[in-house]
Design a protein around this ligand. Structure first.
Ligand SMILES: Nc1ncnc2c1ncn2[C@@H]1O[C@H](COP(=O)(O)OP(=O)(O)OP(=O)(O)O)[C@@H](O)[C@H]1O
Length: 451
């Protein structure tokens, strides 16, 4: 069997880290199994779906490096859904219902007030032709429900283990709206069947959907003579740092905003691939590495919380491991045309975001006002500055001379030099930064001048 999985977001907002978990889990599963990954836009909710969000989702996936083997858009497939609907009607599995949203809300409220579960009472199944004609004459248009067969619905979930539902505990799902448009429950099953999806891996918010969809897969397979029921895996939803839920529509932790904050795609993918698993959370330097380590069985059942600090740590790990060639273009885009290997190696260990390189570039190459405490000490240091050319050994030779002349050592030696040369208490090793600053500028800064 060739593994085929899909990521099927609705283009109703920007992808968030929870959606990324879904996309990434499927992608890693496909790549590890040598299978195929389908990117499908579930865009039949026309009120809320927009082409802009669809384009943004596509851009986010490209940014992350999650490439797809196949692409589909539900809005291109209405003809196919019509055919599936006709087949289900012929098989007697769809029935027209005429209740308004208000009437249904009242029914639900009445059941809840009696302490009973708000399951649809199937009143529409008891309507005769004359009742339906009368309702239609009143101007009512039907929506259509899928008639669940009584009995137990079971599947072996790759994460949650054996799952069992009684059909009688579930409402017959509405598959077609009053305006004739098919709903998600139907369209996603038709697509999964047509694209021969073998594994549906998604958040546990879909577990109840899965229960009804298992019967829908079976009904469609019987009615159309093709397909079967895929294997399911439902992973826990990721919560925000305070335990709050995430939603595309609320714009929580969007990948877009994280990107704008300077988060590296590999840091995000490393985090989302490992969060809530039994593996240690450490940065990986390629998606292929993550795919090789991927195993659904390592996913836990608890609700993992997203921790921005953990992500920042991974971001630094990823940056610190990048060779100059991997970031050259991006440094150029930041305006650092003159950045070279030496600059990158000097500042890399101090970055938590790539854009921080700009600060260090300025420290090395743009005027700054030095911080001088003891002018006599700074003057002595200036006098002892070796002549150029400078290399990594210059700093050691120079500070040894300053130490000998002034008697200062340890922090009392290094901190005033750092403050004079960079106006900062911390930063890249001066051994690598000093040659980038150069003798002329260092001399001026040590004499207290802005340079
Ligand atoms: N917090 C979350 N953690 C993990 N996965 C999630 C989370 N929220 C959604 N998903 C998964 O993302 C995938 C895409 O779902 P969907 O497009 O419905 O996103 P959504 O954020 O729930 O959207 P909306 O807010 O529009 O309902 C699904 O597999 C869903 O299970």
């Amino acid at each position: 069997m060739t593994v085929a999985v899909r990521f099927a977001p609705s283009p109703t907002g920007l992808l968030h880290i929870g959606n990324l978990r879904a996309a990434l889990t499927n992608w890693l599963f496909a790549r590890k199994a040598g299978g195929s990954f389908l990117f499908r836009l579930d865009d039949t909710d026309e009120e809320r779906s927009t082409p802009e969000f669809a384009a943004a989702i596509e851009e986010d996936l490209r940014w992350l490096g999650l490439d797809w083997d196949r692409f589909a858009r539900e809005s291109d497939r209405y003809g196919r859904y019509d055919a599936a609907v006709a087949a289900l009607k012929r098989a007697g599995r769809l029935y027209p219902c005429y209740e308004t949203a208000e009437e249904l809300a009242l029914k639900r409220a009445a059941l809840l007030s009696q302490g009973r579960p708000p399951i649809y009472d199937r009143a529409a199944l008891r309507l005769g032709d004359a009742d339906r004609a009368r309702l239609e004459a009143e101007g009512r248009r039907p929506h259509w429900r899928f008639r669940l067969e009584p009995g137990e619905i079971v599947w072996d979930d790759l994460i949650q283990g054996h799952k069992s539902f009684q059909a009688a505990d579930l409402s017959d799902p509405v598959l077609i709206r009053e305006d004739g448009r098919p709903l998600y429950t139907l369209t996603s099953v038709v697509d999964d069947q047509d694209f021969a999806i073998t594994h549906i891996i998604r958040g546990e918010d879909h577990v109840t959907n899965t229960a009804v969809q298992v019967q829908l897969f079976q009904a469609l397979a019987e009615a159309e003579g093709q397909g079967g029921v895929p294997v399911f895996a439902h992973f826990p939803l990721i919560a925000g740092a305070e335990g709050e839920g995430l939603s595309k529509r609320l714009g929580s932790f969007s990948l877009r905003s994280l990107r704008e904050q300077g988060v590296e795609p590999l840091a995000l993918c490393s985090y989302m691939a490992k969060l809530g698993t039994s593996d240690a959370i450490e940065a990986r330097l390629s998606l292929a590495e993550l795919a090789a380590e991927f195993d659904l069985a390592r996913m836990g059942r608890g609700t993992p919380r997203f921790d921005p600090e953990e992500l920042a740590r991974l971001n630094a790990q990823v940056l610190h491991a990048q060779p100059f060639a991997a970031v050259q273009e991006r440094l150029r885009a930041l305006g650092l045309d003159g950045a070279d290997d030496a600059f990158w190696l000097a500042v890399r260990p101090n970055l938590t975001r790539l854009a921080d390189a700009l600060d260090w570039w300025q420290v090395a190459h743009a005027p700054l006002t030095p911080v001088i405490g003891d002018t006599a000490f700074a003057a002595a240091a200036a006098e002892l500055l070796p002549s150029e050319p400078w290399g990594p050994e210059t700093w050691g030779a120079w500070t040894a001379a300053v130490k000998e002349r002034t008697g200062a050592k340890g922090k009392a030696l290094f901190l005033p030099l750092r403050l004079a040369l960079t106006a900062r208490e911390h930063g890249p090793e001066l051994k690598t930064l000093l040659p980038l600053i150069g003798r002329e500028r260092a001399l001026k800064r040590l004499s207290g001048r802005t340079a």
